[in-house]
Design a protein around this ligand. Sequence first.
Ligand SMILES: Cc1cc2nc3c(=O)[nH]c(=O)nc-3n(C[C@H](O)[C@H](O)[C@H](O)COP(=O)(O)OP(=O)(O)OC[C@H]3O[C@@H](n4cnc5c(N)ncnc54)[C@H](O)[C@@H]3O)c2cc1C
Length: 443
Amino acid sequence: MASQTDGLSSAWGPRTEGLRTLPATKRWTRRDIGRLAAAMTLFAPHVARGQNRARVVVIGGGIGGATLARCLAAGGTLDITIIEPKSAYTTCFFSNLYLGGLLSFAQLIHTYDALARRPGVTIIRDFATMIDPAARIVRLRGGATLPYDRLAVTTGATIRDGTIEGYDAAAMQVMPHAWKAGEQTLTLRRQLESMPDGGLFVMAAPPDPFPCPPAPYERVSLIAAYFKQYKPRSKIIVLDAKDTFVGEDLFQDAWNRYYPDMIEWLPAQWIGGIKAVEPGTLTVLTENDHFKAAVVNVIPAHRAADPALQAGLADASSWCPVDPVTFESRLQAGIHLVGDAIIGGDMPKTAFAANSQAQACAVAIAAILAGKVPAKPPLANTCYVHVAADDAWRNAAQFEPVAGRIKSLYADVSRVNDTPETRREIVRQAASWYEKFTNDLFG
Ligand SMILES: Cc1cc2nc3c(=O)[nH]c(=O)nc-3n(C[C@H](O)[C@H](O)[C@H](O)COP(=O)(O)OP(=O)(O)OC[C@H]3O[C@@H](n4cnc5c(N)ncnc54)[C@H](O)[C@@H]3O)c2cc1C
């Protein structure tokens, strides 16, 4: 599908989506970024003397990194190097639809071929092992050292080790988290397919913050939809590390309507927290009980991924504080972060949010390199959340930086009493969002 947007407006979506109307706010255009990038002339204030073009290195070719590179390339005046170990990007978003049998795995995979053809963009297939903020260099596993004028670290979040006793690398093979799309997702789907009718599926849901707050419950909904069709005597228990979760009323309503008596959600205050796992017996131990299942999906606590921690970009929370206008680290000058790794204030950790932050960050980098003061950015997020094959709800929100923090401006959330046609319309919007969003970045 041809892109009309150059990866820019997808963070906003249409103003009116066949539902309620969002208030109009400023949005970035391709021209905004192109104009700023074009202003970066030879010997611009922040480019080393004797160097023709400013060098921006982007660690991580996920949603934040791909958006940044895509936007910065629009100006045609920068050297942009993306460091990414994988040959293709597999989206975590919509991986729950694969687990529910609604999409093929191949539909989640997007190659870097088109991004690599953007002006000024080079993709190095390697892993960043070390950042030296003082020397302004990045070291790669393959041995190379890359100098930069501006660095973006967009390596996302990862599992925090040691929060659930016994949940080590070997246990992950047996009780997959499937919170990184790839082999883990395939393993979980295979386990669901081979589970007998009447089996028990147990999910250990994570504490906040973690990528995509509604996703554990969307996963439960779509696995229930699969069970309802193929293994109707099966049961699902969610052992939660929290006492509430995002969209609880919408999920509980859907579970009662579509999957009565199939799903039991147990909050932390009832179970006393998730303490340990026994992979050998497929058992999850809580403070007060133990749960032996046919398939176990353990999603532990998260933290910012390693390069950010190693470079001193994270605070004691293991997440990275940033300036919400420039997305420059509050701890290391010259390094920007967007996406799952940051302390995002009211913004959740989603692909939509990472894309919106990366657009703002690209404008800020272009402005800084041109010796200008970055403007306050518009920021947005929309979550489309499936509860059945033809029923989804959404939360469309807008944000802005206020006193050094990202604050919520406005949110439009689906309601329990929405009509079935409204919900079907959101399913259609979600599908077209996915196609356009991934095509803008990787197509
Ligand atoms: C099950 C699930 C469902 C979800 N559903 C949705 C949804 O419906 N909508 C939505 O908006 N969001 C959803 N999300 C969240 C979304 O996937 C993330 O918020 C988004 O991918 C974050 O983007 P990012 O750029 O921060 O990180 P990522 O997209 O995770 O990219 C990080 C990249 O960095 C690379 N990397 C890591 N370490 C290094 C290194 N040392 N050197 C070089 N590269 C490195 C990785 O290979 C990866 O490509 C979902 C997440 C999950 C788990």
